[in-house]
Ligand binder design. Structure first.
Ligand code: CO
Length: 195
């Protein structure tokens, strides 16, 4: 059986480099985590949360799924939001989509996508809600716009969760952001749907 030795080698080198720059770093983190940010992003291998915003372990709490969807039927995502807000008391929830998202592209198709349909239906719903606006665009512009509209829709879903509503009612400091990442240049854009 292969053991992916090269990954263990890289891991050791990475941990040593961090310890060299910040002695005691891992021992400190082992005692507690207190991230200020919850990142809800896409599972795509090109959109790694910590790397995009250049953050170390301990700085960002992360949930990722295909097309950065926040669905009320998803116990996983809702549990992450709940824990991040109630226990970790993050100050910011960032929903970050990206251009060129395979999940969004699949949701634009009319043909059956197989099992993943069960998930893409959430994005197809966004597409349906904005059908008129989307239909007048060429394919590239339509794709980009649906990537953005999906972020906006998921931001709304985050804001409407019971735990976020309760946090705001109690005066807890909590902001929700919608961002989009451009895989072609590595840069983030704020969609300014902050709340
Ligand atoms: Co994606």
């Amino acid at each position: 059986m292969k053991t992916l030795k090269h990954l263990f080698d890289r891991n050791r080198a990475w941990a040593e480099e961090i310890e060299r720059d910040n002695p005691g770093f891992f021992a400190g983190l082992a005692r507690q985590q207190s991230p200020e940010y919850l990142w809800i992003g896409c599972s795509d291998s090109r959109v790694s949360a910590n790397q995009i915003v250049d953050m170390l372990p301990g700085e960002i709490f992360v949930h990722r799924n295909i097309a950065n969807v926040v669905a009320y039927s998803d116990v996983n995502c809702l549990s992450v939001i709940h824990y991040a807000v109630e226990v970790l008391k993050v100050k910011h929830i960032i929903v970050c989509g990206h251009y060129g998202c395979g999940g969004i592209q699949a949701a634009m198709q009319t043909r059956d996508q197989g099992y993943v349909e069960n998930w893409l239906c959430h994005v197809k719903e966004v597409k349906r809600q904005h059908a008129e606006r989307l239909q007048n665009l060429d394919e590239h512009a339509r794709f980009d716009l649906l990537c953005e509209l999906n972020v906006r829709a998921q931001v709304c879903n985050v804001k409407e969760t019971g735990v976020v509503q309760a946090a705001w009612k109690s005066g807890q400091e909590l902001y929700v952001h919608g961002w989009i990442y451009d895989i072609s240049n590595g840069l983030l854009k704020d969609l300014e749907v902050n709340g």
